[in-house]
Design a protein around this ligand. Sequence first.
Ligand SMILES: [Fe+2]
Length: 213
Amino acid sequence: MSHREAVTRLIAEIDRYLARLSGPGIAEVRDGIARSNKCPAQTAAKPAPPVCGHLDAALRAMTGADPLRRAIEDIRSDLGWITYDEYPREAIGQRFPRAHAFVSLIGDGGFIPAEDFQLGLFLIAPKTLYRDHFHPAPELYVPLTGPHGWRFGTDGSWHDYEAHIPIWNEPMRVHATLVRDQPFLALYAWTRDVDGIAVVKPAPDWAEIEAGL
Ligand SMILES: [Fe+2]
């Protein structure tokens, strides 16, 4: 299968997968996919950060969406994983910068160009707290592994969300993700305002949570 075919197939599988789901944000993301330029740009694979070693375990843990899993496997050698480096290290903590990676599929840096829209894959290593943060972009996460813990607000309580349960964050909604023994692999999308920077919101219980991982 050529690179171009693999990209086209992956995007088609993501769209087919999203069509199974319901909830806020799904329609916006499918609309963004429909609006993107369907002509895949040729992008060279970039060196991947070490956290990508968790992709094997994440794909093994990914059940219930086999066509999408196979489409990811078919293109994995072309995926240019990078890290999100906008957070000050003292705010996001020492672990997160080396315990996550993401790859853009549609939008800036991705295989397919798009206007103010971003869709990709997000990977977090086990035993990682992605500390509370917020951003101007409305965001959809669809975890492909799970369950993982989420809270929405630094004084909110934690809830486990199973795989394939979409999580829609309105602009500036504070959210945090707790990844325990199983790696976190998710589809993510920012449906507009993709140039807005994400900001960490301090919480008093990070040290306690991280010590328990
Ligand atoms: Fe977010």
